[in-house]
Design a protein around this ligand. Structure first.
Ligand SMILES: CC(C)(COP(=O)(O)OP(=O)(O)OC[C@H]1O[C@@H](n2cnc3c(N)ncnc32)[C@H](O)[C@@H]1OP(=O)(O)O)[C@@H](O)C(=O)NCCC(=O)NCCSC(=O)c1cc(O)c2ccccc2c1O
Length: 141
């Protein structure tokens, strides 16, 4: 099994809200940024001229706040490769501290927005990254 490298991103001022912590929606943007970067690096672009991978299901638990200048370390694992869908687990850390964790399901679509089957070539590449990470982002746990 291959593992995605940890994706690190420094929290910017514009990621934060009036409470001086990262807004909940921005955490998801950071996870999406990691997803796109990691997929791109293995030759499965999250978006290209044939379509892309919109999200159909997201669940997330916020365990502790992210703050300006923190380095968010995003651990990303592919849990399942379906016929047209991919399911991921993620954990966001600041140092040893867990900030958020959850799961995302995304579906491959064509340019008309219809779901389509993942090619054998992409499936083979992706299959090497499928990880057993059963306890990640179990809602409310
Ligand atoms: C995406 C859809 C067109 C899929 O349509 P439909 O549900 O009819 O598809 P299928 O029945 O063929 O199912 C395919 C496959 O997906 C699984 N699935 C579907 N829905 C769910 C769900 N809610 N939870 C879990 N799994 C689901 C289903 O079981 C099948 O699994 P297989 O394993 O058998 O393959 C349609 O659902 C749709 O248009 N939805 C709206 C999507 C949307 O608007 N999302 C929010 C914004 S999109 C977004 O944020 C976004 C992010 C990105 O990172 C992108 C990257 C690249 C391009 C676009 C992006 C993007 O738009």
């Amino acid at each position: 099994m291959k593992e995605f490298p940890v994706y690190e991103r420094r929290v910017q001022f514009c990621d934060t809200d009036m409470a001086r912590i990262v807004h909940f929606s921005k955490v998801l943007c950071m996870v999406e940024e990691a997803e796109h970067a990691l997929l791109h690096d293995i030759g499965v672009p999250a978006v290209d001229r044939d379509g892309g991978f919109p999200k159909v299901h997201v669940e997330i638990d916020y365990r502790s706040p992210l703050r300006y200048r923190d380095i968010a370390a995003i651990h990303f694992r592919l849990l399942e490769v379906g016929s047209k869908s991919l399911s991921y687990g993620f954990r966001v850390y600041v140092g040893e501290r867990l900030a958020a964790e959850g799961r995302i399901t995304t579906v491959l679509i064509d340019m008309e927005g219809k779901s389509r089957v993942i090619s054998d070539e992409w499936r083979q590449t992706l299959s090497e990254y499928v990880a057993d990470w059963e306890d990640v982002g179990q809602l409310g746990a």
